[in-house]
Design a protein. Sequence first.
Length: 544
Amino acid sequence: MATNPSGVSDYPAPQSIVNKKEYIWDEDDLAINNYRGLGERLAAAGDLYRRPAYAGGLLRALARPDVEPVVIDAGKDLASIIVDRVRVRVIKGGNTRGTLIPAAHLDAMLHAEVFLQQFKAVDGVVRVPHFLPDFELLKVGYNDGGSGQRFLYVGPEPRVEASPEAIKKFLGAMAFASNADRSNTLAAALTVLLRNFWPGAKPLIAVTSTKSHAGKDTIVEFAAGTTPKLSIGYEQADWAFQKAFVAAIKDSPSVGVVNVENARVDRHSRFLESAFLERLLTEPEPLLYSPGTGPPVRRRNDLVVAVTTNNCTLGTDLMNRALPIRLAPRGNIVDRVSPIGNPKLEFLPANRERIEAELRGLVQRWKETGRPLDPTAKHAFSDWAATVGGILIVGGFEDFLANYSLRRTADDPLRKALGLLAAYKPDQWLRPAEWAHHAHNLSVDTILIDPNDRRSDQGRERGIGVVLSAHEGETFVVETEDAVLTLRLEKGRPRNRDEPRRHYRFTLLASTPLAADPLLVGDASAEIGATASNPQGPGTTPTT
């Protein structure tokens, strides 16, 4: 180690001091020989890597977390790099002409493949360990998982825990609407852990709640773990939202999780939607650009996007791409007593590394059992769902995505309206005029029927017929006061061939009675226990 004048150890001694062997740069020789020879010497220093783009320059990265990687894409920056690593002597006609390589060659080398191909390519410098495509955990130093998966890991030796004790404690303390929401929360954390997988095919983590301060952002904190995270606001104008998103990512290129926090729409909008976000979720290498944010940047899609909201529902396209998580706390939130203390401010900070080690343990256990996939997990992103579902099954967590159809029905205004119709008149063949009448009685005609078709009986019949035909064959999951109904919309002609109009019905496929709410029982037990140990009354640890 080199020392500064006060004798305090800081950084390793430059290679040019340790290795006194000179490199001869011969101006009379071919440039290809000079470039390749110097590249071999610089690569031997071990802290220079080529960037993945063709002729894209170098990256200086030390295998230590306290030194930020630096992009080398200009000749003036390469000059100091060379001085610290190789003793260069420039000759011409057999005579020494100096020790600095001419600036024109420095710029040319950074864009010459004959020079750059002497260095290992790196797609990212990471401080949080994750898994390579073969599900091997990153090792400290350079890891080559193939194109797009070459990482320099500069963090500590990855820790793996076999038992998910801390995970279960956290999940058990949150007021989930169902067991599916609990398992989906763990799926969100696994998605972040495996975020370099499935580029352009990972879901939007959609966290909703029946009340404010129920713990939506706490769920995102749990899922993100130690992965760099940033929060942005939602802008209803899509160009403004895109600009804010792109600017944030460019300012923090190491970020892995983006939380669209507390999203809401104005009273003139029915639901939250964004064409930009829809594209981002489905593009393997999105081009991040918006006027006023600098030049466009193409990035491999290792981002995980979350959205939290109380006051609005997601549009159909976003909901189809979502991993739904629903919180439903009972009673007064400020009176709730958490068995783990404040989940966001106390439990997660104290157990963050333990939780991530347990997540790695779940993946390792799944890997050891042969990487079974979950064939029952149904989602728009099928590969992601099958893999994460398999990990959860091996880990003993059930009901993954069991609420997917329910949330798509409940959170999409149009599907919700059709679901209400279905539950109102199941297993009945009815003409469009009759369905229009029932829609009016249920006050959902303003959602199902276009305003221009509501002016006459014939218009309402035509309008609802168009909607019913468009959703033929779809399944709706509807929660009533005492059961969860699964119904399928069917279309057919009546047996009487003189009747020209088509008929529609919602066929009841399944009816599952609602079980007693364990969360309500658990909350009551927690409050009774807290009151017994504290005669002054239970303490309060509301989540935020």
